[in-house]
Design a protein around this ligand. Structure first.
Ligand code: UD1
Length: 350
């Protein structure tokens, strides 16, 4: 069997790491790794390959940034050439970024089977580009690999054939478990104690001047040090909106490598974020997580985990007062063996 594994943007890399490791164990499977180049800064891409021991991609499509249409279209054009040359039996995509839908669509139209890892998640917010990517990728996938019960429920509700649905657990948690022992000295190096770790990059939060101002006003009131590894999109907007000066009271960092980032999360008092994956990592680590979004596609992080959705200053300050009072546990099958289950299914079925 020949499989093309696709990765493009930062949140993909930690998901493919355990899959690449597992695929290597099967002599019957030939693996070809494609990096679309959606993320291209060293700190957003290369550092993950180095730290997580991901083999160098067989090809980097080098598509870079652009509007959604430009980026998606460029990936499709380049990825089609790869599929023509490599003739894979299956294309495996992860998550919900533009690279995910672009490559799934190319493969499906060429009659190649599509496997989607992290299928079935729904925020029910079509204003999020990721929600559109999730729904469309699932629709054309032949193997839907699920991280939590809501994924099964959503797909059944949307009329999917249950034979295509495989509840396997969470490859991002596999990767977390594989790397947790590699704690770095970043917290000591920065002299941090009692801090709130922030990540913020969703267009709905950072592309709007008023919203971004409201967020900075909240950060000024959380009552502890803000440590903020900053996504390039957020930095660009803070500069453009004239907010750069306000950042001097925070510890602003460049985008962090995986090991430093996980160390920062694990040592923080709590996390304030609008990310998807961090809601899951904090749940596994037992670190309180306040998610500044209208909805989450990962409801198990709220029902079982440490996550809580917060919408405004009042809710955030009240949540901070009650930090640590939420009972929490680790969701089913978040046990470090998801990649193994996925490759077993593919080996048996493709
Ligand atoms: C993408 C994903 C999002 C994910 C996020 C994590 C989509 C639709 N969105 O959003 O789901 O949570 O990645 O980071 O796929 N840029 C750089 N250097 C880079 C990458 C990007 O400077 O290495 C700049 C781009 O030029 C652009 C901005 O950052 O101006 C946004 O990048 P883009 O890939 O369009 O989307 P993200 O916001 O990163």
């Amino acid at each position: 069997m020949k499989i093309i594994v696709v990765a493009g943007a930062r949140p993909n890399f930690m998901k493919i790491a355990p899959l690449m490791k597992e695929l290597k164990k099967y002599p019957s499977i030939e693996t070809y790794l494609v990096h679309t180049g959606q993320h291209y800064d060293k700190k957003m891409s290369d550092s993950f390959f180095e730290e997580l021991d991901i083999p160098a991609p067989n090809i980097n499509l080098g598509v870079g940034g652009g509007s959604h249409a430009e980026q998606t279209a460029k990936i499709m054009i380049e990825f089609e050439k790869v599929c023509i040359a490599e003739k894979p039996d299956v294309v495996l995509v992860v998550g919900d970024v533009n690279s995910t839908i672009a490559c799934a669509l190319v493969a499906k139209k060429m009659g190649i089977k599509v496997a989607h890892v992290e299928a079935g998640l729904r925020s029910f917010d079509m204003g999020m580009p990721e929600e559109i990517n999730r729904i469309l990728t699932d629709r054309i996938s032949d193997y839907l690999f699920i991280t939590e019960q809501s994924g099964i429920d959503n797909l059944k509700h949307e009329g999917f054939d249950p034979k295509k649905i495989f509840f396997v657990g969470n490859v991002m948690i596999d990767n977390l478990i594989n790397n947790l022992h590699k704690k770095t000295d970043i917290v000591k190096k920065l002299g941090l104690k009692d801090y709130c770790l922030v990540t913020m990059h969703r267009p709905s939060n950072v592309d709007n001047k008023e919203k971004l101002k409201e967020i900075l006003d909240i950060f000024d009131n959380v009552g502890c040090k803000i440590v903020w590894p900053m996504h390039p999109r957020t930095l660009k907007n803070l500069e453009n909106f004239g907010f750069k000066k306000r950042l001097s009271k925070y510890v602003i960092l460049e985008p962090q490598g995986y090991l430093d980032f996980i160390t920062l999360v694990n040592s923080s008092k709590f996390v304030l974020t609008d990310s998807g994956g961090i809601q899951e990592e904090t749940t596994y680590l037992g670190v309180p997580c306040l998610t500044m979004r209208e909805s989450t596609e990962r409801p198990i992080t709220i029902t079982l985990g440490t996550n809580q959705l917060v919408h405004n200053k009042k809710e955030i300050l009240s949540a901070i007062k009650h930090l640590g009072s939420k009972k929490h546990s680790i969701p089913p099958l978040w046990d470090g063996h998801a990649a193994k289950r996925i490759v077993e299914v593919l080996e048996k079925n493709v």
